[in-house]
Design a protein around this ligand. Structure first.
Ligand code: G3P
Ligand code: CA
Length: 251
């Protein structure tokens, strides 16, 4: 079964990286939620994609220079614009979640993919998931574009599944070798780098004991193609489209 991972939640239907987007993703049939974490000035994990509050909230400035209380003053629903051009989530009290808040909410059986955006967050991520059921379930992955971040996670807790994200056009083969040598199970290239026929790559990864995922797939025909090739999973902005394309969970 190819895993449907909701990119920042159901991020076309609600503000990205908010509990609302995560709830909708589960409703839409996602197998797992992907989210991004940064560390605040007081050492808390804020679930937000960018280094700053500017793009996704009504506040500005670097997350790393704000306390979690200051980050929580921002309206995380302020920037989302729906297809009709409205801002239906503005002024509704949506906050930048803490990772603990997401972990407390996460329904049993739903996977979690935590992307470390700031190297300084790695230790706190390992501590946050240490006693959570998702860690023991095999449905948790910690991923990053930053090699040192996932190496640090493995150093602290080798039982956490880690994954290496490749920037677009980064050669996949050397990354596969590096990930294997460093014990990272997942290798996640940009979808465009998989080419028309990802079968040889998937076979090679399987021989290495690795899993290939990719980001971000929003086209249903491509979802079906990748699933037929045996891809571990893909990140998508439209989990409802993916569920429709791949059929019911567990089928
Ligand atoms: O899951 C991978 C994907 O989330 C990486 O890109 O920029 O959306 O964090 P980005
Ligand atoms: Ca991400």
């Amino acid at each position: 079964m190819t895993t449907i991972v909701a990119h920042r939640g159901a991020s076309t239907r609600a503000p990205e990286n908010t509990l609302e987007a995560f709830r909708l993703a589960v409703e839409d049939g996602a197998d797992a939620i992907e989210l991004d974490v940064h560390l605040t000035a007081d050492g808390q994990l804020a679930v937000i994609h960018d280094e700053t509050l500017d793009r996704t909230t009504d506040r500005v400035g670097p997350v790393a220079l704000r306390t979690m209380d200051e980050v929580r003053e921002a309206d995380a629903g302020a920037s989302y614009v729906d297809p009709a051009g409205n801002r239906p989530f503005a002024d509704r009290g949506l906050k930048v979640p803490t990772l603990d808040e997401v972990l407390a909410w996460l329904p049993e059986g739903v996977g979690l993919v935590i992307e470390i955006k700031a190297r300084a967050a790695a230790d706190a991520v390992v501590a946050a998931v240490a006693d959570h059921a998702v860690r023991a379930s095999g449905r948790l992955a910690v991923i990053s574009f930053d090699e040192a971040s996932i190496d640090r996670v493995r150093e602290l807790d080798p039982d956490i599944k880690t994954g290496y994200l490749l920037v677009p056009t980064e050669p996949i083969e050397p990354a596969l070798v590096w990930a294997t040598e460093h014990g990272h199970v997942g290798v996640f290239p940009w979808e465009g780098d998989l080419g028309m026929d990802p079968l040889p790559l998937i076979a090679r990864a399987t021989a290495f004991g690795r899993e290939i995922g990719c980001y971000v797939v929003n086209d249903p025909a491509q979802m079906q193609h990748l699933a037929a090739c045996g891809l571990w999973g893909f990140v998508t902005d439209v989990p409802h489209v993916a569920r429709e394309a791949l059929g019911p969970a567990g089928a």
